[in-house]
Design a protein around this ligand. Sequence first.
Ligand code: BGC
Length: 370
Amino acid sequence: MRVAALVIALMTMTSVVSAQVTKQSFGKTPDGKNVDIYTLKDGAIEAHIITYGGIIQALKVPDKNGKSADIVLGFDTLDEYVKGNKGYFGALIGRYGNRIAGGKFTLDGKTYSIPVNDGPDPNHPVNALHGGPKGFDKVVWDAKEIPHGVELTYVSPDGDQGFPGKLTAVVRYTLVGKDLKIDYSATTDKDTVLNLTNHSYFNLAGAGSGDILKNDVKINASHYTPVDANLIPTGEIASVAGTPFDFRKPTAVGARINDDNDQLKKGHGYDHNWVLDSTGKLAEAAEVYEPSSGRVLQVITDQPGVQFYTGNFLDGSITGKGGKVYGHRSGLCLETQHFPDSPNHPKFPSTELKPGQKYHWVTVFRFSAR
Ligand code: BGC
């Protein structure tokens, strides 16, 4: 009797104490670098992370009846990520999440240029998006297993995509219970700017199962940063009150997305930075509820902003995992980060990192069903 009780207690402890972590090969990049896939499993939740781009390749989460589905957009093979991940599915973004106007900023009196790769007319790019043409989403990270997860390291040389300083970025993915935690840290040897994030597209009904317009979204933010026609913040910190940007109470994504609103037109839907009320304290930034599955995603962070992007540029031209086509607005992103184009907006929270300082912050994706 006592032995049985002890065995049960130990089994319960191990399932609480540790996610199972396994590693397999995910292939080789065209230039011959090995890429691995780490599987983190705790109870019914599984996260698959690849060392190319630090990408969350799959995330399996049970619904209200215990039925599991993969709730992130992505691909089955490395080749597809290397050739066709135009939407940055699941990737770690660096050095600078979102846009830098004209790809230019000034730091300590010197102007830096990041190659431009984004703009309303794809043939004439005007902004640097997500760190330039070869950002952290397109490199192979060094990886090692850590308790409950995997630690990824990338050393970005001085001048990488035009950014100053040799930067060492360390990102830890861990899964404990219902929490997938992403822990970001970095150091530099010269003054630089930095804005890391993760670019997962969630569809809580299952990737490839339709659009996200009926998802209820709550964002704990009283303000957002309006944009110009190039999706660069104008600098204004505007109140969400009385606008389609007020998600302080859970509201269906589709309820106001087609309203006659200049900002929604500029974003082709929601593609904006919300200024979180939590002001840098670890707190819930957003919650998403998907009514048919009952799945709930809570996004918890200590970052000042979240880019809520409703997959407006998805148009059915991408076929993802299991041959499923990703149509218009078939995934939503909640990219916790600093504000877009901060290096050109002295009034926004600073994205500068200096030698001797440690960049460190976390985001937790917490899953449940109701
Ligand atoms: C941006 C979108 C962009 C998407 C994919 C988001 O972070 O805000 O404008 O289309 O990333 O690149």
